[in-house]
Write a protein that binds this ligand. Structure first.
Ligand code: FAD
Length: 432
């Protein structure tokens, strides 16, 4: 009998909690990856860069496993059907996975657990992608925090060296099943094309010490761009948090804690993917102008900072955090377009798309979320530009025609007008 380790968003051999426990089980470990048809079928773009990223990572994992005389079993199917077949083909003692907190993944994992259990196979699950999960950092009365600062305080007071320690997976890789290289379905067979997008590397240490000073300026590379690696587990959160914790300035660590905060929120409030965290905000009468939405998506709002951000996003799959806030605010507050439309567009385009953080970021911008900016605080895109892109370097990089700004199209909506309209719409919804 074998143990199976099922890779999902933890695509690495080193410091991997579930893989470590599988390898220590004493049985040979068969590593598995499923290209889940249910997820892939939802994607709108045939050249979705995240699929290429996963694909290339899977190929790399396969090569690494071959060095241990092993291979990766790669299946393209719906997860439940894939498992029904795997059970037929293999004599399985136990299956190991790492936790995934997204609503779809939780439902899927429960279904797989039942299928396995009907065959007497145990599903063993582990925390891997965060330092603290679920109910590990909660208020004294056991309820989840809904405000970041006290959550962060509790996170700090709960941390012990144990939580930051890596799992020494390497030591046990000899326990992998010995098999010949298995075939991998091609991207084309799965209906995708290879993306030509550039993927950021895994360096992050160089940004930590100056992060506080540099993180707000989109024209400089003051942030790590490591989001995609956190998303797919091609880096270990323990390594990142350990390094950040040991550094002099803890601002970057607090960003990693924001990530965990939003994952905890998503776990406890899964309805917030589609509903306002503060329910009264679901009463807002959105205007949802389709033409304006399309102009926003293309980066043609006439607000150069927003246009630069949207064009950066469309071209690279990345947008600077400061600009994400400004662009999201413009959509939800100036244009009164439902934040879910913007969330959906970001989800389609961001290489570092993370459901918990994206929903959290959008609800923050719309005013409906945890810790949200109060609705009457409405970003002024020009004032934001003066503060954070004073020499217009970022704007000119992504919107070169702005060099002659006398010819740049006028904003699709006037700031003062939009501000008043927004205040009225939000007040009306919240007064009910
Ligand atoms: P760094 O600044 O170097 O930070 C390191 C890591 O910390 C990030 O990779 C990320 O994992 C985490 N982090 C940083 N800031 C935040 C934050 N505010 N909330 C949660 N985690 C954070 N982040 C995502 O990872 N995925 C998303 O889909 C996403 N959507 C967003 C949507 C909106 C409207 C807004 C305002 C923010 C969103 N963020 C999202 C948060 C933040 O903008 C990105 O994490 C950050 O810009 C990624 O750049 P970086 O990797 O260089 O991060």
């Amino acid at each position: 009998a074998v143990s199976i380790f099922w890779f999902r968003r933890d695509l690495r051999l080193n410091d991997n909690a579930g893989l470590y426990h599988a390898l220590k089980s004493g049985r040979p470990v068969l590593p598995l990856f499923i290209f889940d048809k249910e997820i892939l079928d939802e994607l709108e773009d045939k050249d979705d860069a995240r699929v290429t990223f996963i694909y290339e990572t899977i190929e790399q994992l396969g090569r690494e496993l071959q060095q241990y005389g092993s291979s990766l079993l790669v299946i393209y199917d719906k997860a439940e059907r894939a498992w029904t077949n795997i059970i037929k083909d293999h004599h399985i003692a136990a299956v190991y996975i790492n936790h995934d907190y997204e609503p779809y993944a939780r439902k899927r994992d429960n279904a797989i657990k039942e299928i396995l259990s009907a065959h007497g196979i145990e599903l063993k699950t582990f925390k891997d992608q965060v330092i603290f999960e679920k109910n590990e950092v909660v208020k004294d009365d056991g309820k989840p925090y809904t405000v970041y600062t006290p959550y962060q305080r509790k996170w700090y007071s709960s941390i012990k060296p144990f939580y930051l320690k890596s799992y020494p997976t390497e030591k046990y890789l000899k326990n992998l099943v010995k098999i010949k290289a298995l075939p991998v379905p091609s991207l084309q067979e799965m209906g995708f094309e290879k993306s030509t997008m550039h993927f950021p590397g895994r360096e992050y240490k160089n940004v930590i010490e100056d992060y506080k000073e540099k993180r707000n300026f989109p024209a400089i590379k003051g942030t790590s761009h490591i989001g995609i690696h956190l998303r797919f587990g091609t880096v270990s959160i323990r390594e990142l948090a350990r390094t950040a914790y040991a550094s002099h300035d803890k601002t970057w660590l607090s960003e990693l804690i924001w990530r965990e905060f939003y994952m905890m929120i998503l776990y406890h409030f899964p309805q917030t993917t589609n509903h306002a965290f503060r329910p009264e905000y679901d009463r807002i009468q959105w205007i949802n102008g389709e033409k304006q939405f399309e102009a926003w998506c293309r980066g043609e709002t006439g607000y150069p900072i927003v246009d630069a951000g949207m064009r950066e996003l469309n071209a690279t799959g990345f947008m600077h955090n400061r600009v994400r806030m400004i662009a999201a605010s413009l959509l939800s507050k100036h244009l009164l377009i439902d934040w879910r439309w913007g969330e959906h567009y970001f989800a389609r385009k961001l290489l570092d798309y993370e459901m918990a953080s994206n929903v959290g970021g959008w609800q923050w911008a719309a005013g409906s979320g945890t810790d949200a900016a109060p609705y009457f605080r409405i970003f002024n895109p020009d004032a934001q530009t003066k503060k954070f892109d004073p020499n217009l370097e970022y704007i000119k990089k992504w919107v070169p025609e702005y060099a002659d700004f006398s010819k740049y199209p006028k904003p699709i909506i006037d700031h003062a007008f939009a501000r008043e309209r927004c205040l009225k719409a939000f007040k009306a919804a919240l007064a009910k």
